[in-house]
Design a protein around this ligand. Structure first.
Ligand code: 5RP
Length: 235
Protein backbone atom coordinates (compact mmCIF):
# COMPACT_ATOMS: atom_id res chain seq x y z
CA UNK A 1 0.00 0.00 0.00
CA UNK A 2 1.35 3.47 -0.89
CA UNK A 3 2.35 5.92 1.85
CA UNK A 4 -0.51 8.28 0.86
CA UNK A 5 -3.15 5.53 1.15
CA UNK A 6 -1.68 4.40 4.43
CA UNK A 7 -1.93 7.95 5.80
CA UNK A 8 -5.50 8.28 4.49
CA UNK A 9 -6.42 5.04 6.24
CA UNK A 10 -4.94 6.35 9.49
CA UNK A 11 -7.10 9.48 9.17
CA UNK A 12 -10.17 7.35 8.48
CA UNK A 13 -9.41 5.28 11.56
CA UNK A 14 -9.10 8.43 13.68
CA UNK A 15 -12.43 9.90 12.55
CA UNK A 16 -14.08 6.51 13.08
CA UNK A 17 -12.81 6.50 16.66
CA UNK A 18 -13.95 10.13 17.08
CA UNK A 19 -17.46 9.10 15.99
CA UNK A 20 -17.55 6.43 18.70
CA UNK A 21 -16.39 9.00 21.25
CA UNK A 22 -19.12 11.38 20.03
CA UNK A 23 -21.64 8.57 20.62
CA UNK A 24 -20.29 7.87 24.10
CA UNK A 25 -21.22 11.48 25.01
CA UNK A 26 -24.39 11.91 22.98
CA UNK A 27 -26.12 8.57 22.43
CA UNK A 28 -28.04 6.78 25.16
CA UNK A 29 -27.02 3.19 25.90
CA UNK A 30 -29.38 0.74 24.18
CA UNK A 31 -30.04 3.06 21.21
CA UNK A 32 -30.16 1.63 17.71
CA UNK A 33 -27.22 2.97 15.67
CA UNK A 34 -27.58 3.92 12.00
CA UNK A 35 -24.56 2.62 10.10
CA UNK A 36 -23.47 3.66 6.60
CA UNK A 37 -21.15 2.04 4.09
CA UNK A 38 -17.55 2.31 2.92
CA UNK A 39 -13.96 2.02 4.08
CA UNK A 40 -14.30 4.79 6.71
CA UNK A 41 -17.45 3.17 8.07
CA UNK A 42 -15.66 -0.19 8.22
CA UNK A 43 -13.22 1.38 10.70
CA UNK A 44 -16.22 2.82 12.57
CA UNK A 45 -17.89 -0.60 12.84
CA UNK A 46 -14.64 -2.09 14.17
CA UNK A 47 -14.28 0.74 16.72
CA UNK A 48 -17.92 0.41 17.80
CA UNK A 49 -17.38 -3.31 18.44
CA UNK A 50 -15.40 -2.36 21.57
CA UNK A 51 -18.65 -1.00 23.06
CA UNK A 52 -21.08 -3.84 22.41
CA UNK A 53 -22.22 -3.78 26.01
CA UNK A 54 -23.58 -0.27 25.31
CA UNK A 55 -25.06 -0.61 21.80
CA UNK A 56 -26.01 -3.99 20.38
CA UNK A 57 -28.43 -3.08 17.59
CA UNK A 58 -27.97 -1.30 14.27
CA UNK A 59 -29.66 -0.55 10.98
CA UNK A 60 -27.35 -0.82 8.02
CA UNK A 61 -27.19 0.77 4.58
CA UNK A 62 -25.67 -2.19 2.70
CA UNK A 63 -25.21 -5.95 2.66
CA UNK A 64 -21.46 -5.36 3.17
CA UNK A 65 -21.95 -3.32 6.36
CA UNK A 66 -24.56 -5.79 7.58
CA UNK A 67 -22.08 -8.67 7.18
CA UNK A 68 -19.36 -6.75 9.06
CA UNK A 69 -21.74 -5.77 11.87
CA UNK A 70 -23.00 -9.33 12.22
CA UNK A 71 -19.43 -10.70 12.21
CA UNK A 72 -18.83 -8.50 15.28
CA UNK A 73 -22.00 -9.85 16.94
CA UNK A 74 -24.33 -6.86 16.40
CA UNK A 75 -28.01 -7.46 15.61
CA UNK A 76 -28.99 -5.76 12.37
CA UNK A 77 -32.62 -4.64 12.41
CA UNK A 78 -34.92 -3.86 9.52
CA UNK A 79 -35.54 -0.12 9.25
CA UNK A 80 -39.25 -1.02 9.17
CA UNK A 81 -38.96 -2.12 12.79
CA UNK A 82 -37.28 1.09 13.97
CA UNK A 83 -39.45 4.12 14.70
CA UNK A 84 -36.67 6.54 15.60
CA UNK A 85 -32.98 6.69 14.89
CA UNK A 86 -31.03 9.27 16.92
CA UNK A 87 -27.76 8.96 14.96
CA UNK A 88 -26.63 7.88 11.52
CA UNK A 89 -22.86 7.64 10.94
CA UNK A 90 -21.62 7.51 7.36
CA UNK A 91 -18.79 8.62 5.09
CA UNK A 92 -18.90 10.79 1.98
CA UNK A 93 -17.11 11.15 -1.32
CA UNK A 94 -17.31 14.95 -1.11
CA UNK A 95 -18.58 17.43 1.48
CA UNK A 96 -19.05 21.19 1.07
CA UNK A 97 -18.95 24.02 3.65
CA UNK A 98 -22.80 23.77 3.78
CA UNK A 99 -22.71 20.05 4.63
CA UNK A 100 -23.92 19.02 1.19
CA UNK A 101 -22.42 15.69 0.14
CA UNK A 102 -21.79 13.46 -2.82
CA UNK A 103 -22.27 9.85 -1.79
CA UNK A 104 -22.54 6.50 -3.52
CA UNK A 105 -18.96 5.78 -4.48
CA UNK A 106 -19.65 2.49 -2.71
CA UNK A 107 -23.01 2.13 -4.50
CA UNK A 108 -25.13 2.20 -1.33
CA UNK A 109 -26.65 5.64 -1.97
CA UNK A 110 -30.33 4.67 -1.95
CA UNK A 111 -30.31 2.86 1.38
CA UNK A 112 -28.04 5.59 2.74
CA UNK A 113 -30.51 8.29 1.75
CA UNK A 114 -33.43 6.38 3.25
CA UNK A 115 -31.70 5.87 6.59
CA UNK A 116 -30.44 9.47 6.61
CA UNK A 117 -34.03 10.66 6.12
CA UNK A 118 -35.11 8.83 9.30
CA UNK A 119 -32.12 9.82 11.45
CA UNK A 120 -32.21 12.79 13.75
CA UNK A 121 -28.47 13.53 13.39
CA UNK A 122 -26.28 12.67 10.39
CA UNK A 123 -22.66 12.39 11.53
CA UNK A 124 -20.36 12.44 8.51
CA UNK A 125 -16.90 10.93 9.00
CA UNK A 126 -14.24 11.75 6.44
CA UNK A 127 -10.60 12.46 5.88
CA UNK A 128 -9.82 15.98 4.73
CA UNK A 129 -9.40 14.96 1.07
CA UNK A 130 -13.22 14.86 0.91
CA UNK A 131 -13.67 18.59 1.61
CA UNK A 132 -14.62 20.62 -1.50
CA UNK A 133 -16.14 24.03 -2.25
CA UNK A 134 -18.75 22.64 -4.68
CA UNK A 135 -19.78 19.07 -5.32
CA UNK A 136 -19.19 17.57 -8.75
CA UNK A 137 -15.45 16.96 -8.96
CA UNK A 138 -16.16 13.38 -7.84
CA UNK A 139 -18.45 11.67 -10.38
CA UNK A 140 -22.03 11.89 -9.10
CA UNK A 141 -23.66 8.45 -8.95
CA UNK A 142 -27.27 7.81 -9.91
CA UNK A 143 -28.97 4.51 -9.10
CA UNK A 144 -31.34 3.62 -11.94
CA UNK A 145 -33.90 0.95 -12.74
CA UNK A 146 -32.07 -1.24 -15.32
CA UNK A 147 -34.68 -0.79 -18.10
CA UNK A 148 -34.37 3.01 -17.77
CA UNK A 149 -30.57 3.23 -18.12
CA UNK A 150 -30.46 4.65 -21.66
CA UNK A 151 -33.48 6.95 -21.26
CA UNK A 152 -32.02 8.37 -18.02
CA UNK A 153 -28.72 9.01 -19.85
CA UNK A 154 -30.62 10.93 -22.58
CA UNK A 155 -32.56 12.94 -19.98
CA UNK A 156 -29.41 13.89 -18.06
CA UNK A 157 -27.66 14.92 -21.29
CA UNK A 158 -30.61 17.17 -22.17
CA UNK A 159 -30.57 18.77 -18.71
CA UNK A 160 -26.77 19.15 -18.45
CA UNK A 161 -25.06 19.44 -21.81
CA UNK A 162 -21.59 19.35 -20.21
CA UNK A 163 -22.27 15.98 -18.51
CA UNK A 164 -20.22 12.88 -19.25
CA UNK A 165 -21.93 9.68 -18.14
CA UNK A 166 -20.58 6.17 -17.72
CA UNK A 167 -22.35 3.03 -16.60
CA UNK A 168 -20.63 1.42 -13.65
CA UNK A 169 -19.32 -2.01 -14.68
CA UNK A 170 -17.78 -5.06 -13.05
CA UNK A 171 -14.24 -6.20 -13.90
CA UNK A 172 -15.66 -8.66 -16.50
CA UNK A 173 -17.51 -5.83 -18.31
CA UNK A 174 -21.00 -6.73 -17.07
CA UNK A 175 -23.22 -4.03 -15.57
CA UNK A 176 -22.67 -3.51 -11.85
CA UNK A 177 -25.75 -4.43 -9.82
CA UNK A 178 -26.57 -2.74 -6.49
CA UNK A 179 -27.99 -4.38 -3.37
CA UNK A 180 -31.39 -3.28 -4.79
CA UNK A 181 -30.70 -5.04 -8.15
CA UNK A 182 -30.40 -1.71 -9.94
CA UNK A 183 -27.59 -0.13 -11.97
CA UNK A 184 -25.34 2.88 -11.37
CA UNK A 185 -24.55 5.74 -13.74
CA UNK A 186 -21.63 8.01 -12.81
CA UNK A 187 -21.89 11.60 -14.04
CA UNK A 188 -18.85 13.83 -14.34
CA UNK A 189 -18.41 17.30 -15.82
CA UNK A 190 -21.28 18.88 -13.87
CA UNK A 191 -20.86 22.38 -12.48
CA UNK A 192 -23.11 22.15 -9.43
CA UNK A 193 -23.78 25.68 -8.19
CA UNK A 194 -27.07 24.84 -6.45
CA UNK A 195 -26.90 21.32 -5.06
CA UNK A 196 -30.53 21.30 -3.84
CA UNK A 197 -31.87 22.26 -7.28
CA UNK A 198 -29.63 19.72 -9.04
CA UNK A 199 -30.62 16.96 -6.62
CA UNK A 200 -34.33 17.66 -7.24
CA UNK A 201 -33.92 17.87 -11.02
CA UNK A 202 -32.16 14.51 -11.32
CA UNK A 203 -34.46 12.79 -8.83
CA UNK A 204 -37.46 13.70 -11.01
CA UNK A 205 -36.23 11.82 -14.08
CA UNK A 206 -38.37 8.68 -14.54
CA UNK A 207 -36.31 5.59 -13.77
CA UNK A 208 -33.99 7.33 -11.31
CA UNK A 209 -34.13 5.61 -7.95
CA UNK A 210 -31.75 8.01 -6.19
CA UNK A 211 -29.11 10.55 -7.04
CA UNK A 212 -26.02 10.60 -4.83
CA UNK A 213 -26.35 14.32 -4.06
CA UNK A 214 -27.24 14.66 -0.37
CA UNK A 215 -28.17 18.34 -0.13
CA UNK A 216 -31.88 18.44 0.81
CA UNK A 217 -30.84 16.28 3.75
CA UNK A 218 -27.17 17.00 4.32
CA UNK A 219 -24.88 16.27 7.24
CA UNK A 220 -25.48 17.80 10.69
CA UNK A 221 -21.98 17.16 11.98
CA UNK A 222 -18.69 16.54 10.20
CA UNK A 223 -15.80 14.81 11.94
CA UNK A 224 -12.91 15.43 9.60
CA UNK A 225 -9.43 13.99 9.98
CA UNK A 226 -6.36 15.94 8.89
CA UNK A 227 -2.77 16.68 9.85
CA UNK A 228 -4.00 18.69 12.87
CA UNK A 229 -6.11 15.78 14.20
CA UNK A 230 -9.90 15.47 14.09
CA UNK A 231 -11.92 18.68 13.75
CA UNK A 232 -15.67 18.93 14.37
CA UNK A 233 -17.88 21.08 12.19
CA UNK A 234 -21.61 21.68 12.78
CA UNK A 235 -24.07 22.58 9.98
C1 5RP B 1 -20.98 4.48 -0.13
C2 5RP B 1 -20.66 5.87 0.27
C3 5RP B 1 -19.43 6.08 1.08
O1 5RP B 1 -19.77 6.70 2.26
C4 5RP B 1 -18.47 6.93 0.31
O2 5RP B 1 -18.24 6.32 -0.95
C5 5RP B 1 -17.14 7.13 1.05
O3 5RP B 1 -16.47 5.91 1.11
P1 5RP B 1 -15.07 5.73 1.81
O4 5RP B 1 -15.28 5.89 3.28
O5 5RP B 1 -14.65 4.35 1.41
O6 5RP B 1 -14.13 6.77 1.26
O7 5RP B 1 -21.36 6.81 -0.02
O8 5RP B 1 -22.07 4.42 -0.97
Amino acid sequence: MSQVLLQQDQLKQKVAQAAVEYMLHNLAPGSVVGVGTGSTVNFFIDAMANHKARWREAVSSSEASTARLQAHGFSVLSLNDVAALPIYVDGADEITPEGHMTKGGGAALTREKIIASVAQTFVCIADESKKVEHIGQFPIPIEVIPMARESVIRHVMRLFTSARIVSRKNADGSFFSTDNHCEILDISGLKVTDAVVTERAINQIPGVVTVGIFAQRGANILLVGGAQGVQTQYF
